[in-house]
Design a protein around this ligand. Sequence first.
Ligand SMILES: *Cc1c(COP(=O)(O)O)cnc(C)c1O
Length: 352
Amino acid sequence: MSIQARPWLDQIDPYRPGQRTTNPVGALASNESALGVSDAVVAAVSSAAGAIHEYPSPLADELRDVLAVEHDVHPDQILVGNGSDELIYLLARAYAAHGGSVVCADPAYRVDEISAQIVDAEVVKVPLSEWRHDLATMAEVAADIAYVVNPHNPTGTVHELAAIEQFVADARSRLTVVDEAYIDFVDDPESMTAMHLAREGRAAVLRTFSKVHGLAGARIGYLVASADIVATLRKIRAPFSVSTLAQVAALAAVRHPEHRDRVRAYTRQARAELVDLLSSAGYSVVPSQANFVLVEAPAEDELVSALAARGVAVRPGSALGVPGTVRISTPNPAGMQLFRESLPRVSAAVHI
Ligand SMILES: *Cc1c(COP(=O)(O)O)cnc(C)c1O
């Protein structure tokens, strides 16, 4: 017996995850939290483990209520997902499937593209302008969904809130999704977030627990949007997609914001140090407000392998749609030390 996948699936270039390292200090390929997960989360998950014979709360009610208060929205405006990636897949299925379209930057966050290709939607990619979204050109595209990633991945660049507001006002697309996975790392998150647009139902905002909260392995994120959008996505989601342990971990993380604040402060300072090291070694670094930097590296493969030989894993730009670059996550203090020692040897061997 032989079966062929639907024809449009042949077009998909699969997601390529970051390389793992034997020593976690050199794990700079996946933008994970530099300072790991908090003790409060570990304790909460351990004590909840005895109840995993029970199904989870389908909508993560307790977490949803806490988030609703934090963002000053009705709980019906929040949908918690198995990572924000699940929510991106749901958005594509609900609003772009079978002949619909999405517009995103080029390079895009890969999941925005792949989730659309899976449902046979057209993906319109608008090249970045000086490493940032070209919002004016994107606004002219009449797609079903427009994705604005702020700060962007893989560049780390940002748009001021006024520019996002202007985009939402001008966009010919039916729905703007602002992905704020890295918003906690910008210098002043409160002045940058588009959350008020989600509150008013003018855009949808995505947040994740994977980055600043250090829960990438738990798989949990959320969408804030109009109650109508949330109701639609609820109809098509898998009912128990967010595990009990993920819900408990996220609740503990929001109840102990001091860890987030520590990670945020450390990351900003370490990012500046990382930029200094790279610039002093002669590399051009794209100005970043996220927990990673994108570095111009014509000899991308050589740089990636030279760092890998020293136990440092970084993400090759060609896996992210930007050949000739590498993306480097902000290391923890031991990782910074390893990077500081490795870089002179590596850059002596690799043509910049
Ligand atoms: C890391 C990241 C996410 C988070 O994905 P999860 O599924 O929540 O782990 C979302 N969007 C962007 C742009 C990211 O880089």
